[in-house]
Design a protein around this ligand. Structure first.
Ligand code: FRU
Length: 762
């Protein structure tokens, strides 16, 4: 038996799924509702809303049916709709479908389309259905087909679009405004001549200030390169209130009824149904009891020609669990799910057994080989793409999503391989395995409060006030990793005091998991007072006699924390003669046993040590335990007694270090393995505050390594290009952070980072 249950995509536990509905972020989680016919894999019976939720858009939990037809106004289906979060409440809007018994055409007669509002505090409990519009409320020229409300709020005004069909079978969108969720007044229509008989699932949305109307029109003429499917789905640009330049979202076999929503970080995300109604092909899972799935979430950005780039959400990069650099012309078996990237502009063919992806003369094509029968009636889909730039293909157990030219063209399709999939390609490719869950960065060491002086350029006794700020290098490294969409957790001990509470709160806000932080009455949370001398150099005065973090014991570490670990990071501040040093030894052993990367940034703090020799000895004891060693031009002489990084690096490699990260402050950085190196020049920026800059460097570099699926075993094999790219990525990230005050507060999200540096540079 073939396992066609998807690993990464939302699909129903059983029965039939169609449109995504009510996409939103609410009460700290992402919510995806979906059109759900739980009683039949072919779509018959009750049409309900099913509900999935996720903390991270990657792992989804099905919580059950949240709405079913239980009032007269939705007795033939709780049809599609949307969600809006306003003042902490979740507002749901959907269409109640009613088919009156009788001899009707069900177009102009016999059908009711009721727009219904539900408001709730709990996304899992939707009750209290209130009818806000009925057929008698729509303009006279509308047929009975009016549905799929999409609502948003702009400057306090509630706005809504509805998909509709006129009595003479023209598709259009009705636009409404109101001062609340139940007071919508019809304002105008959006329509263009001769563009299908019905427009379903409209969605008026904005990307970077540009307005678009997404819709799923039925009845478009099929062409060789366009509208090849039974029903289409795409978007118009809205210019001066006019609909311009319709483009399809997706050119594959299986895509319809997408919906967008805004993520908390401002990204516009889209999820579509990876299926269409009334298709002439089939899905063999029907026999197994379920049918259809949703697409992966896609993030939308604007392309230079004013269209939309759709790319898999960045979060997917966190699932890359291994990488294979594939040489052109080989034949290799691949495990699903996987993520394949091809940047060679000479690319023309990738073959996955029964599925062929080709690019020739500006035309990309997806073709099923009849001899394999993996398409179940699917044959060929084509799209004109102009010059080929790159392609990314994500395969799940029974689907393929192809993003061409940075996501300017996308093709999605189901496919049902009955044996191991082989991959053959005429270009070099990188194949990333996609694991089930994101692997985390774990950092061990101090999380403390830095007291930042109100004045700089003066001695300690001249400072008149200090402001408390979250600090500690391991915490900062986690902060950078999490801001870049990664998962991180910190292992430390904090006092049962208000500063400990503050640290827990702020780490949580930065997306760092603190569930394994231990609290104690034995000592207070560590504090560090900082003054900034005239030369810009920092002097520290630490309150750690001892502080809680120093008291974390090896026996207090739980081995479970080390499940799903990508890397363990530590520094030297916690390597003094106190229990925390043994906790480091134990953590390193646990992490290594899980195959994690061990990363060490000595980050020398002389004020904390009795003697320089003690510090040097501690650092040198831990270097051989590390896979990655970050070392700065200022530290190299002290630690190794050598001034030349090449000599020092040789010594480190001899001790077992696999990657040396050599940072040169404003002069850039170099990444070195035994076999290769890659460097980057410094970036000239106006430095406002360098606090946490080095931590941002290593935190973002670790995330970069994670995003390209690198494991500990891969480190010695990193290519010169990857080293260079990694060095540049971290360098740019670090440069952004020093233009703003503070450590974690100055770290940009991946989304904001991409706005500063063009996508292709990242
Ligand atoms: C689109 C659609 C919507 C409708 C829903 C019913 O696929 O036809 O117009 O609300 O599905 O399931």
């Amino acid at each position: 038996m073939t396992d066609w249950k998807q690993k990464l995509h939302i699909e129903p536990p059983q029965g039939w799924l169609n449109d995504p509905n009510g996409l939103c972020f609410c009460s700290g989680k992402y919510h995806v509702y979906f059109q759900y016919a739980p009683d039949s894999a072919s779509g018959g019976g009750r049409k309900c809303w099913g509900h999935m939720e996720s903390p991270d858009l990657l792992t989804w939990e099905y919580t059950g049916i949240v709405m079913e037809p239980d009032i007269p106004e939705d007795r033939n289906g709780v049809y599609s709709g949307c969600a809006v979060v306003d003042k902490g409440k979740l507002h749901i809007f959907y269409t109640g479908n009613v088919k009156n018994p009788g001899n009707y055409d069900y177009i102009n007669e016999g059908r009711e389309a009721n727009q219904i509002h539900v408001v709730t505090d709990d996304p899992k409990a939707l009750s209290g259905k209130n009818i806000i519009l009925r057929n008698s409320d729509y303009p006279d020229y509308c047929s009975c087909h009016v549905r799929d409300p999409k609502v948003w709020i702009e400057d306090g005004v509630w706005k809504m679009v509805l998909g509709a069909r006129t009595r003479d079978s023209k598709g259009l969108v009705l636009y409404y405004e109101g001062d609340g969720p139940e007071n919508f007044k019809f304002v105008k229509t959006y329509q263009i001549p001769d563009f299908g008989y019905m427009w379903e699932c409209p969605d008026l949305f904005f990307v970077d200030g540009m307005s678009f109307l997404g819709l799923s029109p039925q009845g478009l003429e099929h062409e060789e390169f366009r509208n090849q499917n039974v029903y289409s789905s795409g978007y118009f640009r809205i210019n001066d209130e006019k609909l311009c330049d319709f483009e399809e979202f997706d050119y594959g076999f299986d895509f319809y009824a997408p919906q967008t929503f805004e993520a908390p970080d401002g990204r516009r995300l889209l999820i579509g149904w990876m299926g269409i109604g009334d298709i002439p092909y089939t899905n063999p899972t029907v026999e197994l009891g379920w049918q259809h799935c949703l697409t992966l979430p896609r993030q939308l950005t604007i392309s230079s020609d004013g269209g939309i780039f759709q790319n898999p959400i960045d979060e997917i990069l966190n699932l890359r669990s291994s990488r294979l650099v594939y040489a052109a012309g080989q034949k290799t078996e691949i495990d699903l799910p996987c993520d394949i990237v091809i940047k060679d502009t000479g690319f023309s063919r990738a073959c996955f057994g029964g599925l062929d992806v080709t690019v020739n003369d500006g035309i990309a094509q997806l073709k099923f080989d009849e001899n394999y029968g993996w398409g179940y009636g699917r044959d060929v889909r084509k799209v004109r793409i102009g010059d080929f730039k790159n392609i990314r293909i994500i395969l799940d157990t029974s689907s393929v999503e192809i993003y061409i030219n940075g996501g300017r063209y996308v093709l999605s399709s189901r496919f049902y391989p009955d044996k191991t999939v082989t991959f053959e390609c005429d270009s070099q490719a990188v194949i990333y395995a996609l694991g089930g869950k994101p692997m985390k960065l774990l950092a061990i060491g101090e999380a403390l409060i830095d007291f930042i002086p109100d004045k700089s350029g003066c001695a300690f006794d001249q400072v008149t006030a200090f402001a408390p700020k979250l600090g500690g290098a391991p915490a900062n490294v986690c902060g950078a990793f999490s801001r870049l969409t990664g998962k991180s957790a910190i292992l430390t001990k904090l006092g049962n005091d208000p500063f400990g509470d503050k640290i827990i709160k702020e780490l949580g806000e930065a997306g760092i998991d603190t569930s394994d932080v231990i609290r104690t009455d034995e000592a207070n949370t560590a504090l560090a007072f900082v003054s900034l001398g005239e030369d810009g150099n920092r002097t520290f005065s630490f309150y750690r006699n001892p502080s809680a973090d120093m008291l974390l014991k090896d026996t207090e570490l739980s081995e479970e924390v080390f499940e799903d670990i990508f890397a363990l990071h530590f520094c030297s501040v916690s390597l003094g003669d106190f229990p925390m040093k043994d906790a480091h030894r134990a953590a390193i052993n646990f992490a290594r046993a899980k195959g994690a990367i061990i990363s060490f940034d000595p980050n020398l703090r002389f004020a904390l040590w009795k003697s320089e020799d003690d510090l040097r000895a501690a650092v040198n004891e831990f270097i051989p335990k590390a896979d990655i060693l970050k070392i700065s031009d200022e530290e190299i002489g002290f630690i190794t007694g050598k001034n030349d990084i090449r000599d020092a690096a040789e010594e480190f490699f001899g001790q077992g270090v696999k990657l040396v990260v050599y940072t040169r402050g404003k002069d850039g950085a170099e990444l070195m393995t035994r076999k290769a190196s890659g460097q980057t020049e410094g970036i000239a920026v106006k430095a406002v505050d360098t606090t946490g800059a080095g931590d941002a460097y290593i935190g973002s570099l670790l995330w970069y390594l994670k995003s390209i699926g690198v494991t500990s075993a891969d480190l010695p094999e990193l290519t010169a290009d990857e080293l260079k790219e990694g060095a540049a990525f971290a360098n740019r990230y670090c440069a952004v952070t020093i233009t703003k005050p503070g450590a974690i507060p100055s770290y940009p999200t991946l989304q904001n980072f991409k706005k500063i540096y063009k996508q292709e540079d990242i």
